[in-house]
Design a protein around this ligand. Structure first.
Ligand code: MN3
Length: 200
């Protein structure tokens, strides 16, 4: 079935000064929209057309012949998740039940922040950094290109896009500064906590 791009959960300038309206305009309006257009074009008229995007991602992840479907489908899904991982006036201290779980599994909130910053900074080339629930334990993981924790049996709770298109207009080569700004000001802890409560 065709996949519809979800509406942005905030105005395109709502994440300023940390992410500019120009970046959101290209990222949501061009990059994400193109992944979705390509995905819909590739699945149209195929057996994938009757399946959810999550099923298609899972079924194509290990199939080299379907790499185009996987890459565009996973990037469509990852970005929809990413817009919800950010919110104006977010960041800072975790809220809700996940806050105690972060301390329990990482040792402290600061330790979690360091792990997320490190994963985002050390993902060589394009990819993503994630907070996931893996067999009952919170973990930070990174994935390359379109790869997603969905195919590793992990439940994504939050993600950070570290493709250059996510930050280059605003930060150029300073990826760590971009990630620090997200962690301090934009991470959507309500979204993470809701995902945690649904999965635990
Ligand atoms: Mn992106």
């Amino acid at each position: 079935m065709s996949y519809q791009q979800p509406a942005l959960p905030y105005a395109d300038n709502a994440l300023e000064p940390y992410i500019s309206a120009q970046t959101i305009g290209f990222h949501y309006g061009k990059h994400h929209a193109t992944y979705i257009k390509n995905y819909n074009g590739l699945v149209e008229g195929t057996p994938f057309d009757t399946k959810s995007i999550e099923e298609v991602i899972s079924e194509t992840a290990a199939d080299p012949a379907k790499v185009g479907v996987f890459n565009n489908g996973a990037q469509a899904w990852n970005h929809s998740f990413y817009w919800n991982s950010l919110t104006p006036n977010g960041g800072g201290e975790p809220t809700g039940e996940i806050a105690a779980k972060i301390v329990a599994d990482f040792g402290s909130v600061d330790k979690f922040r360091e792990e997320l910053k490190n994963a985002a900074a050390t993902q060589f080339g394009s990819g993503w950094a994630w907070l996931v629930l893996d067999n009952g334990t919170l973990k930070v993981v990174k994935t390359g290109n379109a790869q997603t924790p969905l195919t590793s049996g992990q439940t994504p709770l939050l993600c950070v896009d570290v493709w250059e298109h996510a930050y280059y207009l605003d930060y150029q080569n300073r990826r760590p500064d971009h990630v620090a700004a997200l962690i301090d000001h934009l991470l959507n802890w309500k979204f993470a906590n809701d995902n945690y409560l649904a999965a635990k």
